[in-house]
Design a protein around this ligand. Structure first.
Ligand code: SDX
Length: 393
């Protein structure tokens, strides 16, 4: 059909590519990062160690991990002049709009690390992106709620730093709850990379022209924003809020099954997983832990989510269509319980996925065979014809 990508398998690029970073088996519900299963990484590792695995291919030694974490920690602040970029937005701007703009603008501030032909500058750009995304996401949030920016603190771990930059205010002392920090870190890990999804393919296509990494990551953020992709966690929670009570679930199940109704169950289905999404399993366990800790296990949204999942999985239509909860189904519930507005769900997904985009970028940009991505098409428009002057039309 029109627009179907056909591609020349002779070049490393974007319509299809070789990669050694992430493997997905959609039928088995398997997700491996450099061969390590996602459930083991989520349980035994932590986000910055997973970043190291994605970037360099192996689990780090203690010394390598300490050095890597030190390099990331040393780049968590953004150029002071960048603060003015936030102030150009209206206060009601969506934080994703701010992130697209501010990350793209990094090209103008960190041009000394954008010579993509220099492996060392590729390394510096990678570290800067991973280090600064939490700061930018937190500042986008603070700006939209009218609170002062909080600077990063280098004595805190990655997830704790982000939570503090989002929820601390100068007027009060703020202590990060370690269980919430662990849940936040696990959300980062579960979203870190996912093979050639739409936003990663966007980053690869943009990068294949030789554009600088910050502009290419901004393109990935823009693509992730869509409700069929990273915007699904926000759309899912808003759907659960709209359903409101379990007795309204049958109405929404019927709509999702109605061919003439464009409504989709947000948080269900996947382009690749035709069985369960292994990340959703871990996320569901995290949701129970966080809601139990916060004493909100009877959270009405969670009740609707659990009843909706039960109803959908019991319905032959969804089993036949192989539609199961995906990573976005439970992440929104956890983030809402932590106190984030739905508008911050996709920025947190973007923050988490930065390491995946950067790892895939580094893998591709380092390939001497790289050619610019140029997907082809099946043309189905008008055949050759002559121009007709306007007086003869
Ligand atoms: C992410 O690619 C990635 O890796 C993405 C991601 C990542 O980590 O980067 O995993 C993150 O984007 C997860 C997906 C988040 N999106 C949502 O939760 C939005 C709701 N889901 C749908 O929009 C949909 O499931 C997609 C876009 C995710 C997949 O769409 P497809 O490729 O059409 O799914 P499919 O081919 O398996 O669909 C089979 C059938 C189709 O009906 P028929 O044409 O066969 O009649 O099921 C229908 C679909 O229309 N269907 C749904 C549905 N998803 C698919 N019907 C109701 N509700 C849904 N959610």
């Amino acid at each position: 059909q029109a627009g179907v990508f056909t591609y020349d398998p002779g070049f490393t690029s974007t319509a299809s590519c070789d990669s050694t970073i992430t493997f997905i088996d959609g039928d088995k519900g398997e997700l491996l990062h450099r061969g390590y299963p996602i459930d083991q990484l989520a349980e035994k590792s932590h986000y910055l160690e997973v970043c190291y695995v994605l970037l360099y291919g192996e689990l780090p030694s203690p010394a390598q991990l300490e050095d890597f974490e030190g390099r990331v920690t040393g780049h968590t602040m953004i150029h002071e002049q960048m603060m003015y970029l936030f102030r150009g937005f209206r206060r009601d701007a969506h934080p994703m709009a701010i992130m697209v703009g501010v990350v793209g603008a990094m090209s103008a501030f960190y041009h000394d690390s954008t010579d993509i032909n220099d492996p060392w500058q590729r390394e510096v750009a990678s570290i800067r992106m991973i280090a600064k995304m939490p700061t930018i996401a937190a500042m986008a949030y603070k700006y939209t709620i009218g609170q002062p920016f909080e600077y990063p603190r280098n004595d805190l771990d990655y997830a704790s730093n982000f939570l503090r930059m989002c929820f601390a205010v100068p007027a009060e002392n703020y202590e990060v709850n370690p269980i919430l920090a662990r849940a936040m870190d696990r959300i980062f890990t579960l979203h870190a990379d996912h093979e050639q999804n739409a936003s990663t393919s966007t980053v690869r296509l943009a990068s294949s022209s030789g554009a600088n990494p910050f502009a290419c990551i901004a393109a990935g953020i823009a693509c992730l924003w869509g409700p069929a992709h990273g915007g699904a966690n926000q759309a899912c929670l808003e759907m659960l809020q709209e359903i409101g009570t379990p007795d309204r679930i049958p109405e929404y199940i019927a709509r999702a099954k109605d061919k003439d109704d464009p409504f989709r169950l947000m948080g269900f289905g996947h382009r690749v997983y035709k069985n369960f999404d292994p990340r959703a399993k871990v996320m569901k366990q995290s949701a129970d832990e966080v809601l139990d800790l916060l004493g909100v296990e009877d959270n009405p949204i969670l009740q609707v989510a659990k009843e909706l999942e039960k109803a959908a999985l019991a319905d032959p239509y969804f089993a036949e269509k192989k539609l199961f909860p995906n990573v976005d189904f439970y992440s929104g519930i956890i983030l809402e319980a932590m106190g984030f507005p739905t508008s911050m769900f996709t920025p947190i997904f973007a923050l988490s996925r930065t390491v995946g985009w950067i790892s895939q970028w580094k893998e591709m940009i380092g390939d001497p065979q790289l050619k610019i991505g140029r997907p082809r098409q099946l043309y189905k428009g008008a055949t050759l014809r002559d121009y007709v002057d306007i007086e003869n039309r």
